[in-house]
Write a protein that binds this ligand. Structure first.
Ligand SMILES: *[C@@H]1O[C@H](CO)[C@@H](O)[C@H](O)[C@H]1NC(C)=O
Length: 209
């Protein structure tokens, strides 16, 4: 290609671009480029940093342990890097809490079945009773967590109500563990950890809607 024909092609290209602009109203051009409305009105807005929403939410926590827990748990899901806002964080925390509580529920079922199978002496009656209560508590809690994503779309305040219900559900396990004076460490630690995951959902849900 000679220099002249390059210049000519460039000129033709520019001319056709100008013609396109005249034929298409500017709104069409904007719509085609998918420029968000906010970005238009606030040209200074920068692209959010990774983990921006997570850091903003977690770093508000006054207690250092809560801050660390919040960051560590949310970071365990790769979607947290690009979560835009607390609605995004809530969906992530709900998935994590469902995974956690489901694991605990399965551990309790397994322990319960093992105790019954081995027909342990009478001192395991209290543990069997607590495990039974806790399995029911966790089933109820998981059910509440599972409806949050759909509700978040239709009615955000209801989502925080259900997060609280999930918290209350796990509280009934807590009550049974106390009432039955359970000191079995694996049983207790799994419940405490699961309850913290659900508490994180509650905390995030309170900032939404
Ligand atoms: C709980 O875990 C089991 C086994 O891993 C799985 O089949 C089930 O779908 C899980 N339930 C929820 C609500 O995630």
């Amino acid at each position: 290609m000679t220099n002249n024909s390059t210049t000519l092609s460039l000129l033709l290209l520019l001319l056709s671009m100008a013609a396109l602009l005249i034929l298409n109203p500017p709104t069409t051009v904007i719509a085609e480029k998918h420029v968000p409305v906010e970005a238009e009105s606030k040209p200074t807005t920068k692209k959010p940093e990774p983990f921006n929403a997570m850091n903003e939410f977690c770093n508000q926590k006054a207690n250092k342990r809560d801050r660390e827990f919040c960051n560590r748990v949310l970071k365990s899901d790769p979607r947290s890097a690009s979560a835009k806002d607390n609605v995004g964080l809530l969906l992530i925390s709900v998935d994590l809490a469902i995974g956690k509580t489901n694991k605990t529920r399965e551990y309790y079922i397994y322990s319960w079945a093992k105790l019954i199978h081995h027909k342990k002496p009478s001192n395991s009656e209290a543990l069997i009773s607590a495990l039974k209560d806790c399995v029911h508590a966790y089933e109820w809690g998981i059910g509440e967590l599972k409806i949050i994503p759909a509700e978040l779309k239709d009615d955000p305040p209801t989502a925080s109500y259900d997060a609280l219900m999930a918290h209350d559900a796990l509280q009934t396990c807590d009550d049974s563990l106390s009432k039955n004076k359970i000191s079995n460490y694996p049983v207790l630690i799994r419940h405490r950890s699961s309850a913290r995951y659900v508490q994180l959902c509650v905390d995030i849900s309170m900032t939404v809607g």
